[in-house]
Design a binder for this molecule. Structure first.
Ligand code: ZN
Length: 121
């Protein structure tokens, strides 16, 4: 599996997520620092996790799927769905909306659909 980086707009252009799927920790660390404008997240540990979602107030969530452990598409998607849920929780809490119902469910779907789109690109 080649590495992938993509972003997905949700709701409108103000709310989006960044997704990195791969195992190059130096590269993902650089992307995270750029993404959070130099604000280093408290917990940068990533090597021992299948996935992670970094969140910070005022920034889009950053999802990481570790292909060191997720070696098949179904494992990548399972981890991506898990981390996408955390990202959606963060966004919906930010805008004061409940994350029940169709809109958060579709938001998780589009994050996974974009994986298929970029994987085949
Ligand atoms: Zn979790």
């Amino acid at each position: 599996m080649k590495e992938l980086f993509y972003t997905v707009n949700l709701i409108n252009h103000e709310y989006w997520v960044a997704v990195y799927i791969g195992r190059d920790f130096k590269k993902v660390e650089k992307r995270i620092l750029k993404h959070f404008e130099g604000n280093r997240p408290d917990d940068m540990e990533m090597e021992n996790f299948r996935g992670k979602c970094w969140m910070r107030s005022g920034f889009a969530p950053f999802i990481f799927v570790n292909t060191k452990y997720c070696k098949t598409n179904i494992k990548i998607c399972a981890t991506l769905a898990h981390e996408a849920f955390h990202a959606i929780e963060h966004i919906f809490e930010t805008i004061g909306e409940s994350y029940k119902g169709e809109i958060p469910a579709h938001s998780i779907s589009i994050i996974l659909k974009e994986f298929e789109y970029y994987k085949n690109k």
